[in-house]
Design a protein around this ligand. Structure first.
Ligand code: ADP
Length: 227
């Protein structure tokens, strides 16, 4: 059965205007993906990678062009609905895990389920435990983030990004703070968790990490080329 998950990015522009000038950061980005595919976004510092990821994550609107996620334009939604859509459809992994230090590993993974509880809390808990098993941390459920290694913290962040069953998983330099071997493990983990119901997009400086994904989009001066 073809996946219902899709991403269409059509001629996206992003400008930032200051009092003195306008900076064109993205100048006509277009690409399409379906569920099960993975993409690395590479390019020099300042080429617009984070800006593009923010737009794909519906955290920032394009100045022009269209982004469709699963056939709908998220930016046409009223703000409260957009927040709900973002919470259910998009998972984020950041360079610095962004775990809350006062909560346990299990509680951190459950945080995205708290905004709009849909099912019983015990089933969310079971789902979180299953995800932590999949990332190899079932023996760390009650630990605090400070008691984990950098690689383990990033594994928790990956589990947290998947807890609401997102269509898009967006990772911004997910291995940027890790040593090479641990970075390789997190790269393996990301690709192993990929399935037909998700699109995985990873911004990275690492060509080694980029090489693990199906495609690579290189940004240069706000334009993109597909590899
Ligand atoms: P990358 O992630 O590839 O390093 P960014 O997307 O962070 O690039 O930034 C691309 C360009 O956009 C940079 O020149 C940056 O200064 C500019 N930029 C990013 N955000 C803003 C903003 N909010 N206001 C003005 N300029 C911005």
């Amino acid at each position: 059965m073809p996946s219902a998950v899709s991403l269409n990015v059509d001629n996206v522009f992003k400008n930032y205007s200051t009092a003195h000038n306008t900076v064109e950061v993205l100048r006509g980005i277009s690409f399409e993906m379906v569920g099960g595919e993975s993409l690395a976004i590479t390019g020099p510092s300042g080429s617009g990678k984070s800006t593009l990821l923010q737009i794909l994550g519906t955290l920032d609107e394009p100045s022009a062009g269209i982004v469709m996620i699963n056939g709908r334009d998220p930016f046409s939604l009223p703000e409260a609905e957009l927040a709900r859509f973002r919470n259910s459809a998009i998972g984020f992994v950041f360079q610095d895990h962004h775990l809350l230090p006062q909560y346990s590993v299990l509680e951190n993974v459950l945080i995205p389920t708290l905004a709009y509880p849909t099912s019983g809390s015990s089933s969310s808990r079971d789902a979180a435990i299953q995800l932590l098993e999949r990332v190899g941390l079932e023996h760390r459920l009650e630990h605090r983030p400070a008691e984990l290694s950098g690689g383990e913290r990033q594994r928790v962040a990956v589990a947290r990004s998947l807890i609401n069953g997102p269509s898009l998983v967006l990772c911004d330099e997910p291995t940027g703070s890790l040593d090479q071997e641990t970075a390789g493990d997190v790269g393996d983990l990301l690709t192993s968790l990929q399935n037909v119901d998700t699109i995985l997009i990873v911004v990275t400086h690492s060509l080694e990490l980029a090489g693990r994904f199906d495609r690579r989009l290189e940004l240069r001066a706000g334009l993109c080329s597909d590899h």
